[in-house]
Design a protein around this ligand. Structure first.
Ligand SMILES: [Zn+2]
Length: 411
């Protein structure tokens, strides 16, 4: 509840600036208010996005962002993107030699017509993702240089890692790593009965970063849904994964008991979920808890409720149910090797964060932050690294099994 109040306050007091974020680099572009709505200077936006703006004949002007060219006309509420004409809620304007774009161009149109952009409405942030290069089956010589070299071990032959095998086949895998919660949504806090405070969003971000590092070290491409303490709508986490054509989606979370008593504090262990109807009472509890982040999100991100989109979504995810189950089993087995546990097994639940991702998708509850011992275990950096290493290895193993199944033509 405290988190929700905080969010409402920040929404009202939001500074009139656009934040442009690319990895760790941040640029701020002022937003200009008018009686009809918000505008942004085209030249400042172009500079922040590494693009350019230029005059075109007949009071037109052109914003160039990489391959994407947007053409606007003073006083006209439409823009041209390639061959399509896109309506805007406000017309483009000119003030002397300065061109002004309706803010909607930033919040809705650029993320739609250009690739590699994502707009987070909660933080008024436009994020730029590095475009992932997909290697074709027959790599060009210039692309072959990007394939990780095999290890020269003085004649000793070593088993190539999954990623290296994958690279030889000419495919690089993209794993989307999702750190649960963020920004005003703390997730759970613990432990019960006091002790050093644990905040779920911090633990998930730390483990997610370590997981990304491990996977990249193994030659797998990684996209993180967040790298800072920021709020991303649950539905957008899946959307980010889809837009970038992820192969695997892994969401990291910390578990909490439903009640706060001393008996509840004893509950501990790790479990891995894949998307399906929640099967047990306990799975329903975790599902409800993790889906609650929706209350931090603004109306723009609320589920659309379009029955057709839900059915299509459901069908697309169903194809991946078996794959998601395998991935969850592999991760759960890996954690059993060292996690003080106990293993609570692989579970099924209907998580909003997994619902929108059209790829094998799992959610890992790496332990109970409500249990004092497990909270201190999860807060320890070397334990976080061990968890991340194990999940990374399981993802590689899963990819390797998957490849063997596909190439062997067996199930
Ligand atoms: Zn969570």
């Amino acid at each position: 509840m405290i988190g929700l109040l905080f969010f409402l306050q920040t929404a009202i007091a939001a500074p009139p600036n656009l934040v442009v974020r690319q990895g760790e680099a941040v640029r701020v572009v002022p937003v200009i208010g008018s009686t009809t709505g918000a505008y942004i200077r085209a030249d400042l936006l172009a500079a922040a996005l590494g693009g350019s703006v230029a005059n075109a004949p007949n009071a037109h002007y052109r914003l160039t962002l990489g391959d994407t060219k947007l053409e606007l006309v003073e006083g006209v509420p439409f823009l041209r993107a390639g061959t399509s004409i896109v309506p805007m809620m406000l017309p483009a304007l000119r003030s002397g030699s300065t061109f002004l774009l309706p803010y909607q161009v930033v919040s809705a149109l650029i993320p739609k017509v250009a690739s590699g952009y994502f707009y987070d409405n909660g933080s008024r942030e436009l994020r730029i993702f590095t475009t992932v290069v997909r290697h074709p089956a027959e790599p060009q010589p210039v692309q072959r240089a990007e394939i990780p070299p095999t290890i020269d071990n003085g004649g000793v032959s070593t088993a190539p890692s999954t990623a290296r095998r994958a690279a030889r086949r000419g495919t690089r895998y993209l794993v989307v790593v999702d750190a649960g919660h963020g920004g005003p949504d703390n997730g759970m806090t613990g432990p019960i009965g006091g002790g050093p405070r644990l905040v779920e969003k911090d633990i998930t971000l730390s483990v997610a970063k370590l997981l990304a590092q491990e996977l990249r070290g193994d030659g797998v491409d990684v996209l993180m849904t967040r790298t800072t303490d920021t709020l991303i709508a649950l539905s957008d986490r899946g959307r980010i994964a889809n837009r970038n054509k992820g192969d695997v989606f892994v969401s990291i979370h910390v578990n909490a008991t439903g009640s706060r008593g001393s008996a509840a504090a004893r509950e501990r262990g790790f479990e891995t979920y894949f998307l399906a109807e929640a099967k047990s009472e306990d799975a329903r509890r975790v599902e409800k808890m993790e889906n609650e982040a929706v209350r931090f999100e603004t109306g723009a991100y609320a589920p659309k409720g379009d029955p057709l989109s839900f059915i299509i979504n459901d069908m697309a995810q169903n194809e991946h149910l078996r794959e998601s189950n395998d991935l969850a089993e592999t991760i759960q087995q890996g954690l059993k090797e060292f996690h003080p546990g106990p293993s609570r097994g692989v579970q099924q639940a209907n998580f909003a964060v997994l619902r929108g991702s059209y790829m094998p998708a799992v959610l890992v509850e790496i332990g109970f932050g409500t249990n004092p011992e497990e909270a201190s275990y999860l807060s320890d950096y070397s334990n976080q690294r061990e968890i991340a290493k194990s999940i990374a290895q399981s993802v590689l193993d899963y990819i390797s099994h998957y490849e063997a199944r596909v190439s062997g033509g067996t199930k």
